[in-house]
Structure formats: C-alpha cells, structure tokens
Write a protein that binds this ligand. Structure first.
Ligand code: UDP
Length: 330
C-alpha cells in the first residue's frame, strides 16, 4: 500500500514509518521539520513541507494515490499551549482541516489520527476507558478533541473512515536502536532521567511527592513506542478491511500504571548494569498534573486484536537507554 505519514520525522512518526516500511508499504513522509529531524527519516521518501501549504498538499495528492494517511504532526507541549493557544489551534486544527479536505477532494477514505489522553482532562475514574467524559483543561487537549469531533462529521458527510488513538505516555525506542526519542526541549520523564544518568543533564527533579498514591509520586501509563505503532497499523487494517467504519476512537496504554519513583528505580537498575548512576532532586508539583492517569485499552485489544509486546518497564527503559547512550556517549 502507498501511505502518507504526516509528521513522520517526529518521535512517534519515525518509528511508525520504519514499521510500515518493514511491512513492505510504500511510505511518503510529509514533515515541516519544526520539531522533527531529517535524520529520523531512515525509510520512505521525505517531503519537507507544511500542512498550511494547500498547493503543496494538492500537488502531493495529485502525484500519489495514497491508500491511507496517518497524521502525527502537531504541537504537543501543554504548557506552551496555555501561553500560545493560537499556535495550537492553527497548527493542530486548521492545518489538519487542510489535510482532511485534500483527502476528501482526492477520495482517500482512510485516516489514522494521533490523539491524546489530554482530551479527557481531569480523570474522574481510573483506568480511563472511551466512555470517560472529554473535558480538556488546556488548548493542546482541546485542539485534539476538536479534530476528533470534526472527524465524526467527515465520516457522516464524506464517508471518511478514521481511527483516533489516544495515547497516554509514549516512551521507549526502536528495539534495533536505529531511531529513538529526540525532543528539543525534552520534557518527558524517561528521557530526562536517562539524560541525568548519561551526564547530559546534572539531575532529575521529581515533581511532587505528596500525591495520593502509594509512594506519593504521580502514576502514569507508559507505553512502548513500537506497541503504539503496532496499534496504528492494526487500526489502518481495521478500517481498510471494512471491519471498522465511521469515526472510531480508542485509548492506548499498557493498562498498568507506574509511579515516578518506580520509573526512577527501574532506570537506576538498568543504568547500573553499565556502571552509571544519577542524582535525584525533589521539586514542587507541576501545575496541571493529575495524580493518576491510566488507560483502559480493552477496546483496542478486543476490536483491533492489539497486544502490547513490550509492557515490561525495564525493557522499555533498556531500549530508551540504548538510544540515549548512542546520543551521549561516544
Ligand atoms: N515528571 C517529573 N520530573 C520531570 C518530568 C516529569 O517528576 O522532570 C513527572 C510528571 O510530573 C508526571 C510524570 O513525570 O507525573 C510524567 O510526565 P511527562 O511529562 O513525561 O508526561 P505527561 O504525563 O505529563 O504527559
């Protein structure tokens, strides 16, 4: 199949491109390289361009007949979205609309969308299934929810079939060590701890030890990047085979939460095997962090036939550590 992966130079997109290419799909990557990296596109053909450029989109869809589109290109920093909402609504919503409209014009019916747990807002119960109310508390989450809503109308009016996959905490790296997490600035827990271990940063700060959890630190659902990607591949099969129709949405997570302290303990163990250690500091709570965020991924498992292959935290961290060592230790 010929597939377009928008945002294929980013962390999740680049792992997706590799998986699709290894399954013999012909992949075109469209990325503006604003947060992605040219060197992360090791498979497929990279077209550098922006979703705001309607002429570029029109030409791309005229040149290629795509069997499906996966869309990972978005701004995703919650804090930044509070300060710069316009950037988030323009890029995450308006530019996505450009993409959907060119798909409609070219009669392309299969769309996989990278959504987020941030569409839910404050958790009312845990683990969170698809019935959980969606009341986002920041423009990032709101922008993703807007796309979820408009996909429902595009399904009804234009017959566009789509699957939104709502991620909890994406992490880990390509088990073969070819690609991994590259963010600038880096804000995510696991790469930050690993950078503290490799010496790229002097320490890791735990944001709050007074939450209502067993050890007082926040609990999150960490899901290996390749497991996320395999769910996307299955989601595409699901709508392409006709089994899934309309605008669908599933939560993706391991279903098991780990606390910040448990993640640190696992990192300490993994890096100690290579003779590394790290400095841990305690800080204030970070604004907007709920105590527990865990996914109920039953629907993805039963309907898509998805099964995480790397649910073990130490395996996730080992893959991310192998990548971090490549970046930081000559
Ligand atoms: N966290 C932390 N120190 C850091 C970065 C993150 O203690 O330097 C905590 C954060 O408060 C949250 C968890 O680690 O409880 C995961 O945060 P991350 O930013 O990786 O993902 P999020 O859950 O916010 O999407």
């Amino acid at each position: 199949m010929k597939l377009l992966v928008v945002g294929g130079a980013g962390y999740i997109g680049s792992h997706m491109v590799k998986m699709l290419a290894q399954s013999d799909h012909d992949v075109i990557v469209l990325d503006n390289l604003s947060t992605g990296f040219r060197q992360s596109v090791k498979y497929g053909k990279l077209v550098v361009g922006d979703l705001a450029d309607i002429h570029l989109l029109e030409n791309l869809f005229t040149e290629h007949h795509f069997d499906g589109v996966m869309h990972f290109a978005a701004n995703s920093l919650v804090g930044e979205s509070m300060i710069l909402p316009s950037k988030y609504y323009r890029n995450n919503v308006s530019n996505t609309l450009n993409l959907l409209d060119v798909m409609v014009r070219h009669n392309i019916k299969h769309f996989i969308f990278s959504s987020t747990a941030a569409t839910f807002g404050e958790p009312e119960y845990s683990p969170m299934n698809e019935l959980h109310p969606q009341n986002p508390i920041n423009p990032y989450g709101a922008s993703k929810l807007m796309v979820e809503h408009l996909l429902k109308d595009y399904a009804t009016a234009y017959g566009l079939n789509s699957v939104c996959l709502r991620y909890f905490n994406a992490c880990g790296a390509d088990p073969e060590g070819e690609i991994g997490e590259l963010h600038d600035p880096e804000t995510h827990l696991i790469p930050l701890i690993l950078q503290a271990a490799s010496g790229r940063r002097k320490s890791i700060t735990v944001f709050g030890r007074d939450y209502a959890t067993a050890d007082g630190t926040c609990i999150r659902d960490y899901i290996h990047i390749n497991d996320l990607c395999s769910a996307h591949a299955l989601a595409l099969d699901f709508i392409q085979s006709g089994k899934g129709k309309g605008a669908l949405a599933y939560n993706l997570g391991n279903g098991q939460g780990f606390s910040v302290q448990q993640v640190i303990d696992a990192v300490v163990k993994v890096v100690a095997a290579d003779g590394f250690s790290l400095k841990i500091e305690n800080g204030e709570r970070r604004a907007g962090d709920p105590a527990v965020l865990v996914a109920d991924a039953t629907q993805a498992k039963t309907l898509l036939g998805w099964k995480p292959r790397y649910p073990d935290l130490e395996t996730i961290i080992q893959h991310a550590w192998n990548w971090e060592k490549k970046q930081s230790i000559p």
